[in-house]
Design a protein around this ligand. Structure first.
Ligand code: PLP
Length: 429
């Protein structure tokens, strides 16, 4: 690993070591001897060496292969540096005068988010996470008895449980479209939504890429269908933003939500709610306090009191980091890691893949049932013995192990994961 002391934004390695020590991080200051130099430009054909240099931007211990991006991603060095520089600045001089620049930093993050999503800054609300953004929508629309919300079965609880519980309070009906496994093809989703939407339907809520098994839904087609029927769309992008090359200008949802701490590799507890300009008059704010955003919908929907602006600034830096690598390169890389996992796991006797192998139907999430091997024990063995982090699905709905690889994973780690699963399938855990 290259060693270089960062000085570009006023943060020294010593400062950073102190911060980590104070925050109780597992990293000890002396382990920070190597701090990555800025990432080189992405080559025309990014090879494994380039992706190793991306890996070096992350502080994860080198022998640890965490493939859990659908849950939480680490942040690369430039994001940590930006957050620390702003936190140090703010805590060094917390006066209103000095903190004015934090509002400017928040607006810059909004501009970067708008650019990233191919929309305008007027349509961006900086929320705390996808859960909050989904709930701002379900709490903020005028829905009453006689109305109906159509949801897909595999949506996250912040979407489906929220609609269902609020329906009891406000009296509207909820209709659920089932999501068969394996992914039945894009037409299934469009046909099922066409049949489910009735004259009473006000909202169609679905997930761009599911975090359960990585199903990719035909988001643009579903939004087009809903628009033509006068139905609002809420698209949950928690598992798509930061890995799929999302273009909301093309998709045209009414609302789109996401979290910084997932695939964008940004700070924790920062997220985004996109509100299409045409839907602005349909939604009311659920939180009304001080310090609104400066433009468009954020003026009314983002007055949420004091925020962690250094984290919001860090979100902008995470988008810069992704833009520097290249969004198409990121999507291609994550998908090729997932495809390699699918190919390797398919060769293991007894493995049942819940994720569809066709890349037009799935993204960078790979979920499988490891035969009769105990799922919790397998996950524990993978972490303890093989240094592989994954997520488990217990219960009766598509039980198994979920691997969601991202730009900080390598092909060698994929091979290691496949070999380890094969070993435990043969020998037991
Ligand atoms: C599809 C989906 N939506 C929403 C969420 C909630 O995200 P957060 O915990 O960042 O609010 C998740 C989290 O895993 C998710 O996978």
């Amino acid at each position: 690993m290259r060693t270089k002391q960062s000085s570009t934004n006023g943060i020294s390695r010593r400062d950073f070591s102190r911060l980590l020590a104070l925050s109780g991080s597992v990293l000890l200051p002396q382990q920070l001897a190597a701090w990555p130099a800025p990432l080189a430009q992405t080559p025309a054909r990014p090879d494994e060496r380039f992706w190793m240099s991306v890996r070096e931007q992350f502080l994860m211990t080198p022998n640890l292969a965490v493939m859990n991006a659908a849950n939480l991603c680490p942040s690369p060095a430039p994001v940590l540096e930006a957050m620390y520089a702003s936190t140090k600045d703010m805590d060094g001089d917390p006066s209103f005068e000095n903190r004015q620049k934090m509002s400017a930093g928040k607006e810059e993050a909004r501009r970067l988010l708008a650019q990233f999503l191919h929309v305008t800054a007027d349509e961006i609300v900086i929320a705390r996470n996808t859960s909050e953004a989904n709930n701002i929508v379900s709490s903020g629309l005028d829905l009453k008895a006689g109305d109906e919300v159509v949801i897909f079965a595999d949506n996250h609880p912040s979407n489906n449980s929220a609609w269902t519980q609020k329906a009891k309070r406000f009296g509207y009906a909820v209709s659920v479209i089932s999501q068969p496994n394996p992914h039945p093809g894009a037409e299934y989703f469009v046909d099922a939504a066409t049949r489910a939407i009735s004259p009473r339907t006000r909202v169609l809520a679905f997930t761009h890429m599911t975090s359960t098994v990585g199903d990719v839904l035909p988001a643009s087609e579903l939004c087009r269908l809903a628009r033509a029927r006068g139905v609002l769309t809420l698209v949950d992008g928690a598992s798509a933003l930061g890995v799929l090359d999302v273009d909301l200008g093309e998709m045209q949802p009414d609302f789109y939500t996401g979290s910084a701490h997932k695939w964008p590799c940004g700070p924790k507890e920062v997220g985004v709610l996109y509100v299409n300009a045409r839907a602005k008059e349909r939604i009311h704010p659920s939180i009304i306090s001080a310090y609104p955003g400066a433009v468009g919908v954020s003026r009314s929907m983002e007055a949420m009191g004091q925020r962690d602006e250094p984290a919001i600034i860090g979100f902008g830096e995470a988008l810069n980091f992704q833009t520097k690598i290249g969004r198409k390169a990121i999507e291609a890389r994550s998908r090729s890691l997932a495809q390699a996992l699918i190919a390797g796991l398919s060769r293991i006797d007894g493995v049942h893949l819940w994720t569809h192998p066709d890349p037009t139907r799935s993204g960078a999430v790979v979920t499988f049932r490891p035969g009769n091997v105990d799922i919790a024990k397998l996950a524990a063995a993978l972490y303890r013995n093989d240094r592989i982090g994954c997520a488990t699905r217990t219960g009766s709905d598509r039980p198994g192990i979920r691997l969601s690889p991202h730009i900080y994973n390598t092909m060698a780690e994929v091979d290691r994961a496949v070999a380890a699963v094969g070993k435990y399938m043969r020998q037991g855990v």
